[in-house]
Design a protein around this ligand. Structure first.
Ligand code: ADP
Ligand code: MG
Length: 247
């Protein structure tokens, strides 16, 4: 059974159909790269998977548990329970500026009273170590570079030990010289068998790290395939046109 199953999801903002019957599956250990032009619905698709956007129709299930089934949402408590299995990393980091790095990591577990504080502290330090920032635990985000901020955001997303990690253009807000350190951490996660869905314009990352690629345009999945095939030898005209503009 796939970890995440997305079936015929639909979403409109007013008259604008942003997601038109999108379906795909994510299996354990998949790293799926989602590419496509700006405005094609990539962020809305990711956000809807964790119920940051509400769908108008279709189904999303994690390990067979439905967040939404044929357009009908499960009870809020159940939706919360299911989405707590998923982590999200945003383009603009979304760190709390008034909290130190380690406080950013510890905030959610403290609010949810999930673990005792010694355990939370230990996990935070382990994750900061993993993203190469154990020496930054006590600084404010404003003292960090964009690449470091994004690595903190990744560590924070890992605090809940998610089964799936979703990334929405994690390097798009970074200066080019800072993208490498973030992509490196993401590659390490994929090599550690983290299940990931990554919206990205980093075609080299997609080819090197992802095992599957999805090309979206105008709210539809136009083409899917192995990243190398899809990026080097696209079959559909829309994919060809997009790649010829970006490469
Ligand atoms: P992408 O991430 O591929 O650039 P988005 O999912 O952000 O695409 O947006 C898809 C379309 O939906 C765009 O036309 C965008 O302007 C529109 N859109 C996104 N969020 C909203 C919103 N909250 N209200 C109205 N329109 C929105
Ligand atoms: Mg987007």
């Amino acid at each position: 059974m796939p970890i995440l199953e997305v079936k015929n999801i639909k979403k409109s903002f007013g008259p604008l159909e942003v997601l038109k019957q999108i379906s795909f599956e994510v299996n354990k250990n998949d790293c799926i790269a989602v590419i496509g032009p700006s405005g094609s619905g990539k962020s809305t698709m990711l956000r809807s998977l964790v119920h940051l956007d509400e769908l108008d129709g279709g189904s999303v299930s994690v390990n067979g548990n439905y967040i939404v089934k044929d357009g009908v949402y499960s009870k809020p408590q159940q939706v919360k329970q299911i989405t707590s299995n998923m982590g999200m990393v945003f383009q603009h980091f979304n760190l709390f500026p008034h909290l130190t790095v380690i406080e950013n990591l510890e905030l959610a577990p403290k609010l949810l009273k999930q673990n005792d504080s010694a355990q939370t502290r230990q996990l935070s330090m382990e994750l900061l170590e993993k993203v190469g920032l154990s020496d930054k635990a006590d600084v404010l985000p404003s003292k960090l570079s964009g690449g470091q901020k994004q690595r903190v955001a990744i560590a924070r997303a890992l605090m809940r030990k998610p089964e799936i990690l979703l990334f929405d253009e994690p390097t798009s807000a970074l200066d080019p010289e800072l993208t490498g350190e973030v992509l490196r951490v993401m590659k390490d996660l994929a090599e550690d068998d983290m299940t990931m869905v990554v919206v990205t314009h980093e075609m080299e990352f997609a080819k090197d790290v992802a095992n599957k690629a999805i090309f979206m345009d105008k709210g539809e999945i136009v083409e899917t395939g192995s990243p190398v095939d899809l990026l080097s030898n696209p079959q559909m005209e829309r994919t060809k046109a997009f790649l010829s503009r970006t490469l």
